[in-house]
Design a protein around this ligand. Structure first.
Ligand code: BG6
Length: 477
């Protein structure tokens, strides 16, 4: 057995990390527009306004805004069946609070989706990928404010209506469970009113964190139920960062700690979004952490009604959990953990674990029995041009090959896999560090960490390789 005949091969990007044009055609300021550049050793910062003399990578990014035709043509040349991107909320509602949408913003995405349609590429659209309007941070402290739910609904209703004939697949919040992590506090919850400092430095109470996350879960359920009622042709998915965690030892205490860790980090949000109710294991977690959510009967009904049609996640790495001391800590995507002695890691410290993808997909499918799409995966690496002026990224091909093999094994195990969109199919700005040097693309973009570069695009070796993978439906890796 192999991949489904209608398997959706493609790639993924997010508006704030590749569009640039941050203040063009009426666009307002999003949270990432106030994030400076950083490195793996020096975290990027968020400021309360644009400060002179600092570099804000989202402002130009790779300028997809003005290169979308060229870029989509390259995606089509690779054979993409699907292209995952996001709508930058502030192009449509500049502060998030306006009653009327910004036509220029709506027109831009219409052009992008029509360009995809021209090549038979299905857009997969994330409604909110770390792109909260900063106006909502100032007005309500981000998702801490219940009012943001209504503003999000208005935005979604407008884009559903406008793109109903162009877009079928939608995801509500990118990596919604990332809100349980320190970096997600800024990027996802936006509970940073008045805060300037490292993006992973803001401290909030557990009560505030889970209140904000609850508002996102309710908002997601509301727009999913609305979409099902008004646009039966739509398919809506959740989106989780899957941070696969193993017990470091066979000490039962490590097993229990891993189970609890996985419940809160990896399962809680998707349990709500797929099963339609808060899972029982969260009651104890809330009790022991002084969290009191007061979920109303009406909200329970909303959560029950607004369950998603398919499951999606990002998967880059795995980590270990232990109750023992002296374990070596490693970095990771939004969260790290204990070092796994059997794995190697990327330069940014993310442990590479293709078998973990097969294991994870089996776990997810057994739990939910819904079709699954892996909507992010890939190797962030420093690409150097060879003597012939081209990027020979055999390390990236190797990473992707092993992960596709793992997906094929999972399909063989019986998992219903519907698609795969590796991350940053064209080089873009790193979400965690703001670097350009951490590249994921099949397409190299001449843009550098100091903000220079002519933005020209070039194919890497992985471009031709991925084209072959798609052409053979994953048979020839
Ligand atoms: C995911 C995010 O966490 O990982 C993306 O959804 C992000 O926005 C990707 O870019 C890779 O992380 P990074 O930090 O290497 O860009």
């Amino acid at each position: 057995m192999s991949f489904r005949k209608d398997f959706l091969w493609g790639g993924a990007c997010a508006a704030n990390q590749f569009e640039g044009a941050w203040d063009v055609d009426g666009k307002g300021v999003s949270v990432p527009d106030l994030c400076t550049n950083g490195t793996k050793d020096c975290p990027k910062s968020i400021t309360t306004k644009v400060e002179p003399g600092r570099l804000y990578p989202s402002h130009e990014a790779i300028d997809f805004y003005h290169h979308y035709k060229e870029d989509i043509a390259l995606f089509a040349e690779m054979g993409f069946k699907v292209f995952r991107t996001s709508i930058n909320w502030t192009r449509i509602f500049p502060t998030g609070i306006e009653e009327k949408p910004n036509e220029a913003g709506l027109q831009f995405y219409e052009n992008v989706f029509k360009e995809c349609q021209k090549y038979g590429i299905e857009p997969l659209v994330t409604l909110s990928h770390y792109e909260l309007p900063y106006g909502l941070v100032e007005a309500y402290n981000g998702w801490a404010g219940e009012e943001v739910i209504g503003h999000f609904e208005r935005y979604c209703h407008v884009v559903f209506e406008r793109y109903q004939h162009l877009v079928k697949y939608w995801l509500t919040f990118n990596e919604i469970n990332g809100g349980t992590t320190q970096l997600g506090t800024t990027l996802s919850l936006g509970t940073v009113k008045g805060y300037s400092g490292p993006v992973n430095g803001i401290q909030i109470t557990p009560q505030l964190r889970y209140t904000a996350l609850h508002h996102q879960l309710v908002a997601s359920a509301k727009v999913v139920a609305y979409a099902h009622a008004h646009y039966p042709q739509f398919q809506l998915g959740d989106m989780n960062v899957f941070l696969t965690a193993y017990p470091l030892t066979c000490d039962p205490k490590d097993i229990l700690a891993t189970q609890q860790h996985n419940n809160v980090l990896n399962w809680f949000c998707s349990d709500v979004q797929i099963r339609g109710a808060y899972p029982s294991y969260m009651d104890r977690y809330f009790r022991e952490n002084g969290i009191d959510l007061q979920i109303t009967e009406e909200e329970k009904e909303i959560l029950k009604k607004g369950t998603v049609d398919f499951y999606t996640c990002s998967y880059y790495m795995s980590t270990c959990i232990t109750t023992h001391e002296n374990s070596e800590e490693v970095a990771g995507n939004l969260a790290g953990g204990a070092k796994n002695p059997y794995l190697t890691a990327s330069e940014w410290g993310w442990q590479i674990d293709p078998d973990g993808l097969r294991y994870t997909l089996n776990e997810i499918y057994e739990r939910y029995q819904l079709p699954i799409m892996v909507v992010e995966n890939g190797l962030g690496a420093r690409d150097e041009k060879g003597a012939d002026g081209h990027v020979h990224d055999s390390y990236r091909i190797d990473y992707l090959r092993k992960h596709i093999e793992a997906m094929r094994e999972a399909a063989e195990d019986g998992v219903d896999l519907m698609g795969y969109t590796p991350w940053g199919c064209i080089d873009l700005v790193s979400a965690s560090t703001g670097e350009m040097a951490k590249r994921y693309g099949f397409i190299y973009v001449n843009k550098f960490d100091n903000g220079t570069g002519d933005l020209s695009r070039e194919k890497k070796d992985s471009f031709d390789w991925y084209q072959k993978v798609i052409r053979t439906n994953g048979e020839d890796l």
